[in-house]
Ligand binder design. Structure first.
Ligand code: SP5
Ligand code: ZN
Length: 352
């Protein structure tokens, strides 16, 4: 397995997120990846690579899944923020106003506060000085992993943070800025795969990925997640969302109640993999790999244990499909390394 690691992951290191009326320390920290890298040093399941240097190719791939005005805003947000007031350099950016139903999104406001609200959906995803550099390098890793699989590698892993699956065509949120799984799927499409499936196993619904591909039938999106009636991101991820237009039937949501056991979770995984096989068995599979399904996760509610991640990796290998994995959530920081590397080790053991 080729592992493309984001060497700039420490540059996104935000301080505080809004939670229940208070600013609390960010859950999505650089230490998460420190633990994955430390575990990979103990169990070298694959060689570490830097992403391919190709700014033009990356920009074109990003433009295929994200809106130009969103990318422009994100790339320049920190400089704008500091230009407003040099004292802002000591504070991360958080939105505080959003255009909900009936408000206009077609007129781009001049106000910075209004634009950061327009391009986001929560107050839990601070933007800081290194956010763009870290997210962009992560996108390069996702693209490189997809290119490796397009060039006949059985599997590749984009080891990166910040995560990506909540980021939509023109919005960030859920600690996500650029949608790495969607970028990998689009890259596979652009390099010879007629059909691609995305399987999202993060605890939270992959709303960004769903929205990006909702009207398309060439990319199947499947997500197993906490039921949005009670779980973040709340406003998408229900079972009746099946896709629209040409994409009708190419989205599958498998919401599960908070408290779901590993046994029930693996049954839902089978349902998701059956949909992947029905979509077109030989198509490459992108796995949005969050390990916040872990029983010890501080913000989630499923009950998977460390061994279950070995089983997950084995099961993914037994699909027989080429696989690109992207690193998503997982906030039991000290256990993230073992759980992620278990998936990779299980995959390699069963892939033979
Ligand atoms: C990629 C990813 O997993 N994003 C998840 C974003 C979740 N953001 C909302 C966090 C809510 C924190 N809840 C704390 C509960 C403490 N008991
Ligand atoms: Zn998550």
């Amino acid at each position: 397995m080729k592992i493309f690691r984001n060497a700039l992951y420490r540059r996104h290191d935000a301080r505080l997120e809004m939670y229940r009326g208070r600013l609390v320390p960010c859950h999505e920290t650089p230490a998460r990846l420190d633990h994955v890298l430390a575990e990979l040093a103990r169990r070298p399941v694959g060689a570490l690579h830097d992403p391919v240097p190709d700014d033009a190719g990356l920009d074109a791939a990003l433009a295929a899944i994200h809106a130009p005005r969103y990318l422009d805003f994100l790339a320049g947000a920190w400089d704008e923020w500091v230009a407003l007031d040099p004292a802002n350099a000591g504070t991360d950016i958080l939105p505080a106003v959003w255009p909900v139903r009936g408000f206009r999104a077609d007129v781009l406001p001049e106000s910075f506060a209004a634009r950061i609200g327009l391009f986001s959906f929560d107050a839990g995803s601070p933007v800081m000085a290194g956010t763009w550099a870290a997210a962009r390098e992560g996108a390069a890793c996702a693209r490189s992993a997809a290119l490796a699989v397009a060039a006949a590698e059985r599997a590749a892993f984009a080891l990166t943070r910040p995560p990506g699956h909540h980021a939509g065509p023109d919005f960030f949120g859920g600690y996500c800025f650029l949608n790495n799984a969607a970028l990998a799927a689009q890259t596979l499409r652009d390099h010879g795969a007629a059909r691609v499936a995305v399987l999202d196993v993060d605890y939270h619904h992959g709303n960004g990925t769903q929205t990006i591909f909702y009207g398309r039938d060439d990319v199947l999106t499947v997500s197993l997640h906490g039921d949005p009636r009670t779980e973040y991101p709340f406003f998408l991820g229900h079972a009746d969302e099946r896709g629209e237009g040409a994409g009708l039937g190419a989205n599958l949501n498998l919401p599960l109640p908070r408290g779901t056991s590993a046994t029930t979770w693996f049954e839902a995984l089978e349902a998701g993999l059956a949909a992947v096989a029905a979509h077109r068995a030989e198509a490459p599979l992108v796995v949005a790999l969050g390990v916040d399904t872990f029983e010890g996760d501080p913000i989630s509610g499923f009950h998977l244990r460390a061994d279950d991640y070995l089983r997950l990796g084995e099961r993914l290998a037994r699909t027989g499909l080429p696989v690109v994995l992207t690193m998503e959530g997982g906030y039991a920081v000290a256990e993230v390394g073992v759980n992620v590397v278990n998936v990779l080790e299980g995959f390699m053991a069963a892939a033979g």
